[in-house]
Design a protein. Structure first.
Length: 482
C-alpha cells in the first residue's frame, strides 16, 4: 500500500454523469469529496465529437425536460444560460406501413390521429373502463395490451421501448420501464383518468417533451461538472472493505483511501466485482443485470441530397416494420451548430435487444444497412459526405424479468452496509435527467446524515458559492433557440 488518506467525507467511484453529479452536490454542501474514474476521460458514454462543422453525440443526444429538479445543477456549473431548446411543437414521426406518420403528443391527438385505425382509437378511448389489476412482474407488452390494446403497443409503446431504451416489450417489466403509466393505474385505476385528475389538480398540461442541449453538445455538461469536481482520472477501484466506521478502498495502483461514505456509480458488473468479497448475495443480484449493445451511425448529407423536409426531431421504427434501424434522430433540425451550413445530420440507432448482433457488422456493412432503410423514407439522392460510428457493447441496462423485485433486493443488501450508496442507470432510469435527479437525492441523503437537515438547507441557499464554473470562451456566442 503506497498511501493512506482518512480525511474524506465521501468517496465516489465512477466518473459518468451519475458520479459527477453526485460529487457536485456533495461538494456544494461543503463535504470533502473525491471521485475516481478508471478511464482517462470522465463522462462514460456521453461524449461530443466536433470537427469540420459537425457535432455528433456518442451517447445521449439531448437532455429531456431540463426545468425543475435539474435546474440547480445546470445553473450551478454555469450552463443555465447555455441551454438551447427545440421548438415546443417540433414534429416527431413513426414509421407505419412504410410511411412516416406524425406522432400525437396528447391523448386527444391520438384519438384523432391517422396513426391508429378507428378500432384502435376506440380501444384507446375505452381505457378508463378497464379494470385495475396488480400483477407482479407484468411485462410491458402485457400491461399495454391490457390497458390500451395491440395497436397502441405496436405503434405507441414498442417503438419507444426498443428505440429509446434498446429494450424488448416482451421481456421488460412494466413497473420498472414505464413507472409513470403504471403509477397512474395504481393510483387512479386508469391512465386516462389519472392524466385528467392531475390536470384538475393543477399539474402542467401534458405535451411533447422538451429537449435541451448546450452550445458544445452534451460534453459541455460533463466538462463543466469535471471542472467543479476535479475527478481523479485513470484511478480505478480494486477492492472495498469496511473497518470500523469507515470505508477503505484500494485502488489498482496500490493506494488506499478511506471515507465515511462510499458511493458506487459504476455499471452493474463492475459494482458486483467490487462488492463480491463484501456481500456475495448483492454481487449475484448485480451480475444478473444484462445490458443491450447499441451502435450509432451518424451520416452527414448536403441539404439538397435529402428530399424530406426533416422538420422535426426524427422517427422511431416499430419492430414489425422489419427494418435494420431502431430509429433516427435529426440533431441539426433540432439545434443549431450541429452541421455545416447547407447540410443535415442523421443519427441512426442499431442493435439493442431487437438486433443484439448488430455490432458484429463492420463499418461499411452498418452504413449500407442504414442507407438501405433511409433511402425510401427520406429520399436520399447522394452519398453521405460525413460518416461517424459509435459502438457501445454495453449501452443500456435492460429491466428484464421481475426487475422491481431485483432492485428492492439490491436496496436491502445496500442498506445492510452503513454508508454504502448506489447511483447508477440500472437502479433509477437511463436518461440524463434521471441520472441527475437520482444523484441529487443520494447526495442529499448523505449530506443530511453527515451535516443534519438544517445545515443542508442552509448550504443549499448558496448552491454555487465556492464552486468553480466554466465560463464562456472569449468571443463564444450562445446557441440560440430554434
Amino acid at each position: 500500500m503506497n498511501r493512506q488518506t482518512e480525511s474524506l467525507d465521501t468517496l465516489v467511484i465512477g466518473g459518468g454523469v451519475s458520479g459527477l453529479a453526485c460529487a457536485w452536490h456533495l461538494r456544494r454542501n461543503g463535504l470533502e469529496v473525491e471521485l475516481w474514474e478508471g478511464q482517462q476521460e470522465a463522462g462514460g458514454k456521453i461524449r461530443s465529437r466536433q470537427g469540420q462543422g459537425w457535432l455528433t453525440e456518442s451517447g445521449a443526444t439531448w437532455l429531456m425536460d431540463p426545468a425543475g429538479d435539474t435546474t440547480p445543477i445546470l445553473e450551478g456549473v454555469g450552463l443555465g444560460t447555455l441551454l438551447t431548446r427545440k421548438k415546443p411543437d417540433a414534429a416527431r414521426y413513426l414509421l407505419r406501413d412504410g410511411v412516416l406518420q406524425d406522432v400525437p403528443s396528447t391523448v386527444a391527438g391520438m384519438l384523432r390521429s391517422k396513426l391508429f385505425s378507428f378500432a384502435g382509437r376506440m380501444r384507446l378511448a375505452t381505457e378508463p373502463f378497464r379494470p385495475r389489476l396488480a400483477i407482479p412482474g407484468e411485462s410491458v407488452s402485457d400491461f399495454v395490451l391490457r390497458r390500451f390494446g395491440r395497436e397502441v403497443l405496436q405503434y405507441g409503446i414498442e417503438p419507444y421501448v426498443a428505440g429509446s431504451l434498446a429494450s424488448d416489450v416482451e421481456l421488460a417489466e412494466a413497473k420498472a420501464t414505464l413507472p409513470r403509466l403504471t403509477g397512474l393505474e395504481e393510483r387512479f385505476g386508469s391512465i386516462t383518468a389519472g392524466v385528467l385528475c392531475r390536470r384538475l389538480q393543477g399539474a402542467p398540461r401534458p405535451g411533447a417533451p422538451q429537449a435541451a442541449s448546450f452550445s458544445g453538445g452534451m460534453q459541455s455538461l460533463i466538462d463543466s461538472l469535471s471542472v467543479s469536481v476535479r475527478p481523479l482520472l485513470g484511478k480505478a477501484a480494486k477492492s472495498i472493505s469496511r473497518v470500523g466506521s469507515r470505508w477503505w478502498v484500494e485502488a489498482a495502483d496500490g493506494s488506499v483511501t478511506s471515507a465515511r461514505h462510499l458511493v458506487v456509480a459504476t455499471p452493474a458488473q463492475e459494482t458486483a466485482a467490487l462488492v463480491r468479497d463484501l456481500n456475495q448475495t448483492l454481487a449475484h443480484l448485480l451480475d444478473g443485470i444484462t445490458y443491450a449493445p447499441v451502435m450509432v451511425v451518424h451520416l452527414g448529407f448536403s441539404r439538397d441530397a435529402v428530399t424530406h423536409r426533416l422538420e422535426g426531431t426524427g422517427f422511431l421504427v416499430p419492430g414489425h416494420e422489419n427494418r435494420q434501424i431502431n430509429g433516427c434522430l435529426w440533431p441539426a433540425s433540432v439545434f443549431s451548430n450541429r452541421a455545416p451550413q447547407g447540410h443535415v445530420l442523421l443519427s441512426c440507432y442499431l442493435g439493442g435487444a431487437r438486433h443484439p448482433g448488430a455490432l458484429l457488422d463492420d463499418d461499411k456493412t452498418a452504413v449500407n444497412k442504414v442507407l438501405s432503410d433511409l433511402e425510401p423514407l427520406l429520399g436520399l439522392r447522394a452519398d453521405p459526405v460525413m460518416v461517424r460510428i459509435d459502438r457501445h457493447p454495453r449501452a443500456l441496462p435492460l429491466y428484464f424479468g421481475a426487475y422491481s423485485q431485483r432492485l428492492k433486493s439490491i436496496d436491502q443488501q445496500f442498506e445492510k452496509s452503513s454508508g454504502l450508496h448506489l447511483v447508477s442507470a440500472y437502479a433509477g432510469g437511463v436518461s440524463v435527467r434521471d441520472r441527475l435527479i437520482q444523484a441529487g437525492a443520494v447526495a442529499e441523503k448523505i449530506s443530511t446524515q453527515l451535516l443534519g437537515s438544517q445545515a443542508v438547507r442552509r448550504l443549499s441557499v448558496n448552491a454555487t458559492k465556492g464552486l468553480p464554473q466554466t465560463p464562456l470562451a472569449s468571443g463564444q456566442t450562445l446557441t440560440q433557440p430554434l
